[in-house]
Design a binder for this molecule. Structure first.
Ligand code: PLP
Length: 669
């Protein structure tokens, strides 16, 4: 369990921290401050914050009633909700709480700050208190249901009253009660400084035993922090614990903290494997010990290098702890990124209800999903067959086309990719994939892509179907012209052939519309879907016209339409709608390519894009660029020989897009 404290100073890179945390797969709890905002609001509203110096030399704000109101408005109000908002924008289902809510943190009211006034010692009593216990059951409940708690002050006093309290003391209790193995505390400093005025004097590492001595060496707020850290380690009673006091102002604060930049305080049994305790394999090995290559694997793919062990949002992490922006995103399948809480929750719910149900029995969830999918496509489309992959969706379309027309000739385009099963492979253009498997389906006519004349020549009354991708992805992101698709629609109609749109890569918002055929204003007779349909969970679908009739028993699938996949796919549709993600795809894609174009890189020959389906055509081969991009933290694909292909999750944030553009600019410069 990771516990993160985000300091409240105005220099903290809150957005950076949130977007990096959103990329983690392991659960975490956030505790944050807001002193910068509180001070701004105090100045703006005229609330006077009285600061006193205690006899021990620490300065404190007196928490009178006005100060506590201001605390609630800024910490538990604006800042807390802004942090929640920032997480939710990145697909993390955050829940904002103050210590007061549900009594998550309770404490004892202070007897008063001992101050010296006019030469006399006296106590100033206010509404501040010391945190004494944490109600972890509520936090656990939230974590188990896939929520991320975001906590701040005030805490609840013994009489239920709101009390201001030191966040560092709360952090110590939280770490102990949640049995945290790692704590990142983001400060407006590069770590614990040996000399408070010299930022280069960072103490790189510290044994917990040394904290007491450091309490004497440091002053002000840092003294409180060090004292609270001592308490944290005392409460952890020798449990493995690694605390990093890290710079919260820099561009990648979380990555830096993970690397141990800042001050690392570690109990002797803590350390690198602490982070991996949750991810051991069946042999009990941590990811870094497990072998990278697998002798049992039939090696038809080849491997690209990093051994990936975690993914969250737009980022994945390898077993060495390096993070990558995942612009491959499961070949475009992860429209909502890795580990989206809504999908996980749907899977958990359905998994515990009914995970498997043969298609010879009805089940309400599957019916609900098919109705929902049918409603996303225009008339006359509206009957759904569910399968498990893109190739299967295409395979079903071919069989249905044969059954519906009584013909067996197909027309496909040059550059097309429709999958690798024998039927789909017959339509795929690349001879390298097809030749070893000849003879494939007889009667496939190949026409040049985007050539209206050639298409019209090829379609006659013997053709069962014309299959086209609205944007050819594998060959390097080439959109079909709207006029080409219109002509395809017309010529199919004229000859009684079926127009099949392969939306396996373009579907579910990738191009800025739910389906890419919408850009051309046409309606095909069949649509093949997969990849984004269930946000990365294996699923395929073939949607046909409502009036289509396929005799029973001629096609089927054991796993097609299994309730787990349907629950996930339903959650994808709901989340795409709820988050308004598709509406922002075009703007995000444009931002990304504008940043790239602005660099005027001579190695780039052309940029082709539809929404967040991006092809960067180079003057040189694309594949050799992939390791360099990977090295700099960006996972990308090649499309054809010369094109870099990027398919980021639709939930990608501006900062991640800018970072990816910067990496590309660096590599291509
Ligand atoms: N059709 C298109 C347009 C594709 O891009 C792909 C896969 O990349 C497929 C079909 C095959 O899908 P799958 O790999 O799920 O079988």
């Amino acid at each position: 369990m990771l516990l993160v404290k985000i300091g409240g100073g105005s220099g903290i890179n809150l957005d950076g921290i949130v977007s990096e945390l959103a990329g983690l797969t392991r659960p975490f709890v956030v505790l944050h401050g807001a002193n910068g905002l509180r001070d701004e609001w105090a100045a703006a509203t005229g609330v006077r914050l009285e600061v006193v110096e205690s006899v021990s030399g620490m300065s404190s704000v007196v928490s009178d009633e006005a100060a506590v109101d201001l605390l609630m408005a800024t910490y538990a109000g604006v800042r807390n909700k802004r942090v929640v908002e920032a997480f939710r924008r990145r697909g993390v289902n955050a829940v904002g709480l103050s210590g007061l809510d549900g009594g998550v943190v309770t404490g004892r009211r202070n007897r008063g700050i001992r101050v010296r006034k006019n030469g006399r010692k006296m106590r100033v009593r206010d509404h501040s208190g010391k945190a004494t216990s944490v109600n972890v059951s509520l936090l656990r409940l939230l974590l188990e249901e896939g929520y991320t708690p975001v906590l701040t002050v005030p805490i609840a006093g013994e009489e239920g009253e709101a009390l201001n309290s030191e966040n560092d003391d709360i952090l110590a209790l939280l770490a102990a009660e949640l049995k945290a193995t790692e704590v990142f505390s983001f400060l407006e400093a590069p770590g614990l400084l040996a000399d408070a005025r010299d930022e280069s004097s960072v103490v790189a590492s510290l044994a917990p035993d040394a904290l007491e001595a450091w309490e004497e060496k440091v002053r002000g707020r840092m003294r409180r922090k060090v004292k609270a850290l001592g308490r944290m380690f005392a409460l952890s009673r020798g449990r493995p614990l690694r605390v990093v006091l890290a710079d919260g102002r820099i561009s990648h604060p979380v990555a830096a903290a993970m690397e141990g930049r800042g001050t690392v305080i570690e109990s002797s049994s803590g350390g690198a494997d602490v982070r991996e305790t949750d991810a051991r394999d069946r042999a009990g090995r941590a990811p870094s010990e497990a072998p990278a290559s697998c002798a049992s694997e039939l090696d038809v793919y080849g491997k690209r290098g990093p051994v990936l062990v975690e993914g969250r949002g737009v980022r994945v992490r390898d077993r060495e702890g390096r993070e990558y922006l995942d612009f491959i995103a499961g070949h475009g399948a992860l429209v909502l990124g890795h580990g989206h809480p809504a999908l996980l929750a749907a899977q958990q719910r359905q998994g515990g209800t009914l995970a498997v149900c043969p298609n010879s029995f009805a089940t309400p969830l599957r019916a609900r999903y098919m109705d929902a999918l049918a409603q996303t496509v225009p008339d006359p489309l509206g009957k759904v067959f569910l399968s498990n992959s893109g190739a299967e969706a295409v395979e079903a379309a071919l069989k249905f086309a044969v059954l519906l027309t009584g013909r067996s000739t197909f027309v496909a385009a040059t550059g097309a990719f429709h999958g690798r099963t024998l039927g789909a492979l017959s339509l795929t253009a690349d001879a390298r994939f097809r030749e070893p498997f000849q003879p494939l389906l007889a009667g496939v006519r190949r026409v040049p892509f985007n050539d209206i004349f050639a298409l019209c020549e090829a379609v006659d009354d013997t053709v069962a179907g014309v299959i086209l991708e609205p944007v050819q992805g594998e060959v390097g992101v080439y959109p079909a012209d709207a006029a080409y698709l219109e002509a395809a629609r017309e010529v199919c109609m004229e000859h009684g052939a079926l127009l099949i749109m392969d939306e396996v890569q373009t579907g579910f918002g990738r191009t800025g519309r739910l389906f890419a055929f919408e850009h051309a204003g046409i309606v095909p007779d069949m649509v093949c879907l997969a990849k984004g349909i269930a946000g990365g969970f294996p699923m395929g679908a073939t949607v046909v016209r409502r009036d289509a009739h396929i005799p029973r028993g001629l096609h089927g699938s054991t796993f097609g339409g299994n309730p787990l996949a349907c629950a996930t796919a339903l959650a994808v549709l709901e989340e795409l709608e709820r988050g308004g993600w598709i509406a922002r795809v075009e703007e995000k894609g444009a931002r990304f390519t504008e940043r790239l174009s602005a660099a005027n890189l001579s190695r780039i020959r052309a940029i082709r894009r539809r929404g967040l389906m991006v092809g960067i055509e180079l003057r040189t081969r694309a594949a050799p660029m992939l390791p360099a991009l990977q090295e700099r933290g960006l996972l990308a694909l090649a499309g054809g020989r010369r094109t870099l292909r990027l398919l980021p999750p639709l939930v990608v944030g501006d900062a991640d897009l800018d970072q990816a553009a910067e990496i590309l600019r660096d590599c291509l410069a």
